[in-house]
Design a protein around this ligand. Structure first.
Ligand SMILES: Nc1ncnc2c1ncn2[C@@H]1O[C@H](COP(=O)(O)OS(=O)(=O)O)[C@@H](OP(=O)(O)O)[C@H]1O
Ligand SMILES: Nc1ncnc2c1ncn2[C@@H]1O[C@H](COP(=O)(O)OP(=O)(O)O)[C@@H](O)[C@H]1O
Length: 198
């Protein structure tokens, strides 16, 4: 518990780091079903930001679950703990002056709100990658929906585990049948710029 632990205030703080990096640190939080395009779009978006000299870091569900959250499964309690840890890590990155992109299903509104509550006003940008379940299931890039339908995976989001869609995301990236992943990433990039988040 933290009752006997005192917070150290450092001389070099977030404001100084952000100024040195000439950018507005933030968390661009992508949420959506498995196969909705979070990882693909996040990856393409990071490349665009990187190419424009922004200092970024991408936290991705599958990767984080190999290390920091390698001990967690997919029951509701594990998902809550997963997002709690990621939120705290994202906050540290923001403190370092970085623009963080996250790509997690993050199915529960309360957990996404928790991350928002850790940050200052304007630092949390929720992006709803709103691809319908039928499309995600048809894509099935890792064959997981097939396994879930066969009963080989339990608690699969959208099948037998809940997804709570964001009610007021900063950006609602609505699925477009004719759009490539590159075009979706470009659309997101332009929305972030036009809304003044970058
Ligand atoms: N039961 C179940 N439900 C959903 N997803 C599953 C499951 N089992 C494994 N996977 C794979 O794990 C990835 C999701 O991890 P996340 O950390 O993003 O999930 S969560 O935010 O804690 O809900 C998810 O990655 P994405 O497909 O990129 O979303 C899946 O590849
Ligand atoms: N417009 C699009 N945006 C994102 N992904 C798309 C799009 N069109 C097709 N895809 C494909 O859909 C799949 C999405 O998988 P992925 O990015 O891993 O999703 P998630 O991280 O949400 O599970 C990839 O195979 C990607 O190439």
């Amino acid at each position: 518990m933290s009752e006997n632990i005192v917070w150290h205030k450092h001389t070099v703080d977030k404001t100084a780091r952000a100024k040195a990096l000439s950018q507005k640190p933030s968390v661009i939080w992508l949420t959506g079903l498995s196969g909705s395009g979070k990882s693909t779009i996040a990856n393409l978006l990071e490349k665009k930001l990187f190419d424009e000299q922004f200092k970024t870091y991408l936290l991705d569900g599958d990767n984080v679950r190999h290390g920091l959250c390698g001990d967690l499964g997919f029951d509701d309690k594990s998902r809550v703990e997963n997002i709690r840890r990621i939120s705290e890590v994202a906050k540290l990155f923001v403190d370092s002056g970085t623009i963080v992109i996250t790509a997690f299903i993050s199915p529960f509104e309360a957990d996404r709100s928790f991350c928002r509550s850790l940050l200052q006003e304007g630092e949390f940008i929720e992006v709803f990658v709103d691809t319908p379940l039928e499309v995600c299931e048809q894509r099935d890039p890792k064959g997981l929906y097939k396994k879930a339908r066969q009963g080989d995976i339990k608690n699969f989001t959208g099948i037998d585990s809940a997804y709570e869609a964001p009610s007021q995301p900063e950006i609602h990236l609505v699925y477009d049948d004719n759009e490539t992943a590159e075009q979706s990433a470009e659309r997101l990039f332009e929305l972030l710029k036009n809304k003044g988040y970058l």
